[in-house]
Design a protein around this ligand. Structure first.
Ligand SMILES: *Cc1c(COP(=O)(O)O)cnc(C)c1O
Length: 415
C-alpha cells in the first residue's frame, strides 16, 4: 500500500506501465495544446489584456471594459464574429435554452440531427412536458437519429427538402448516450450537406466538452452558432460559473436581447469581480483540456487491459474529453465512481450515492470532489443508474492528479 491514499502498489505499477505505452499519443496532445495556447496568447495580445480589464461593474453593469473585451477574445479564439460570455448564464443548459428561445418562434420547426438531445434539454424542448417548454409556445420539434455513429445524410436531405426548418441542433458530445462523440470532420461534412439543400436554416451546435480538443471549432467549418459551459473546457477550472454563445453577430445579439431584456441586451450585465477568473481560466484552458485528455486516455487503456469495455478506445480520434467505461454491473459502476471521489481534493471522505437530480430522468451517481460545484473540467465521474451501467468520466486540472484519482478508483473496483 502507498501510505497516504492507500493505493496498492500493483495498481500504481500497472498505471506506470500503461503510461509508458502512451507517450506518442500524449505527444500529439501536447502539439494540439501548443497550437491552441498560441491562439489564446495571440487573442490576449490582440485585445490588449491589461490590469484594468480585471476591475468590474455592479448594478446594471454598463460599460464593463473587461466583459466587452472578454467577449471579443472568446469570439476570436472560437473563430466566431462575436460572442456572449456571461456569468448570468447559470449553466450550459441555461445558455442552450436562451439560444433556442432566442431563435425559435411559434410554429417554427427545430430539428435535432444527432438523435435525442442531452437529458436536461428534454423539458426545455418539451420532449418531457413542461408548461414553459418550447412546445408550450408552439415550437415544433423533430429528430433524426444517427446511424452507425454518423449522420443520416439521406434522411436529413429529404427532411430539409420537404419541410421549412428554422433551426438544426447538433450535439457533439454524447451526453448520457452510448454513441460516439462527433468530430469536426464529421461536422464539416454534414454542414456541407445541409447547405447544399438549405442556405438559411440556423445551424446550432452544442459544443460542451469539445473546446480545444481539436484545433478547429464548429464555427470554422460553417456552423452559425455554438454554445458551451464555463465549468467545462473553456473555464479552465478557474471560471466560477457561466457559459458562452458564439458565432454570427446577429444571432449573438439576439441571444443578448433574450438573456437580459429586449432593448437592453448586451449593454447590461455586471461582472461582479469575475473578469480576471474568466481570463485566467481561458488562459489555462488549452493545458487543462490536454491534462483531461491524457487522463481519459490513460483510463481507457488501463481499464481495457483490465477487461472492461471502454469508449473511446485509447488510440481512437477524440472529439471531447469524456471517457466511458461500460461496467454492465451496477455495483461496479458505483464502486468506481466512489473511488474517483476518494481520490479527489475536496470532500474525499464523502461517499457518493445514486440520487434524483433535477433535469435527469434516471437516478444518477456523481463523484464531484471539485472546487467548483458541478465542475466537470475537474476530475469527475458520473453515471445514470440504468443498464449497461456506464461511467462517464471527464476532466482533471492536471494529469498528475488525474492519474492518482484513476488509480484510486481502479483500486476500489478491485476490492
Ligand atoms: C454538460 C452538457 C450540457 C450542459 O450541461 P450543464 O450541466 O447545464 O452545464 C449540455 N450538453 C452537453 C452535451 C453537455 O455535456
Amino acid at each position: 500500500m502507498n501510505d497516504d491514499l492507500q493505493i496498492s502498489l500493483d495498481t500504481l505499477d500497472l498505471i506506470a506501465k500503461e503510461e509508458q505505452a502512451l507517450q506518442d499519443i500524449f505527444h500529439n496532445i501536447d502539439l494540439t495544446c501548443q497550437k491552441n495556447s498560441l491562439k489564446v496568447l495571440k487573442a490576449f495580445q490582440k485585445y490588449n489584456v491589461s490590469e484594468n480589464y480585471f476591475s468590474s461593474t455592479t448594478g446594471y453593469g454598463y460599460n464593463d471594459l473587461g466583459r466587452d473585451n472578454i467577449e471579443k477574445i472568446f469570439a476570436d479564439i472560437l473563430d466566431g464574429e462575436d460572442a456572449l460570455v456571461r456569468s448570468q448564464f447559470i449553466s450550459g443548459t441555461h445558455a442552450l435554452t436562451v439560444a433556442l428561445f432566442s431563435y425559435l418562434r411559434p410554429n417554427d420547426i427545430m430539428l435535432s440531427i444527432s438523435g435525442l438531445p442531452y437529458d436536461t434539454l428534454h423539458e426545455v424542448i418539451g420532449i418531457v412536458p413542461n408548461n414553459s417548454s418550447l412546445a408550450s409556445f408552439g415550437v415544433k420539434y423533430d429528430q433524426i437519429d444517427l446511424i452507425n455513429d454518423d449522420f443520416d445524410y439521406e434522411q436529413i436531405t429529404k427532411y430539409l427538402k420537404n419541410n421549412h426548418v428554422k433551426l438544426i441542433e447538433i450535439q457533439r458530445s454524447k451526453g448520457y448516450s452510448t454513441r460516439k462523440s462527433l468530430t469536426i470532420d464529421k461536422l464539416e461534412k454534414v454542414i456541407k450537406c445541409i447547405r447544399s439543400v438549405d442556405q438559411d436554416v440556423i445551424i446550432m451546435v452544442d459544443n460542451c466538452y469539445c473546446e480545444f480538443v481539436e484545433e478547429q471549432t464548429p464555427l470554422s467549418v460553417g456552423a452559425d452558432i455554438i454554445v458551451g459551459s464555463l465549468i467545462k473546457n473553456l473555464g479552465g477550472g478557474i471560471a466560477p460559473n457561466g457559459a458562452y454563445i458564439a458565432g454570427k453577430k446577429e444571432l449573438v445579439d439576439l441571444a443578448g436581447q433574450r438573456l437580459t431584456c429586449p432593448g437592453e441586451g448586451r449593454e447590461v450585465g455586471p461582472t461582479l469581480g469575475i473578469n480576471k477568473s474568466l481570463l485566467q481560466g481561458l488562459f489555462m484552458a488549452p493545458s487543462v483540456v490536454a491534462s483531461s485528455l491524457k487522463t481519459a486516455i490513460l483510463t481507457s487503456k488501463t481499464l481495457q487491459d483490465l477487461g472492461y469495455d471502454v469508449e473511446p478506445k485509447y488510440n481512437e480520434a477524440r472529439a471531447d474529453i469524456v471517457q466511458n467505461i461500460i461496467f454492465n454491473d451496477q455495483e461496479k459502476l458505483i464502486k468506481y465512481v466512489q473511488g474517483i471521489q476518494m481520490g479527489s481534493p475536496v470532500d474525499a471522505k464523502a461517499i457518493p450515492m445514486p440520487w434524483d437530480m433535477p433535469g435527469y430522468e434516471d437516478q444518477v451517481i456523481m463523484a464531484a470532489g471539485t472546487f467548483t460545484q458541478g465542475s466537470s473540467i475537474e476530475l469527475s465521474c458520473d453515471g445514470p443508474i440504468r443498464p449497461p451501467y456506464i461511467a462517464y468520466q471527464q476532466g482533471s486540472l492536471t494529469y498528475e492528479y488525474g492519474r492518482l484519482g484513476v488509480a484510486k478508483a481502479i483500486d476500489e473496483l478491485k476490492n
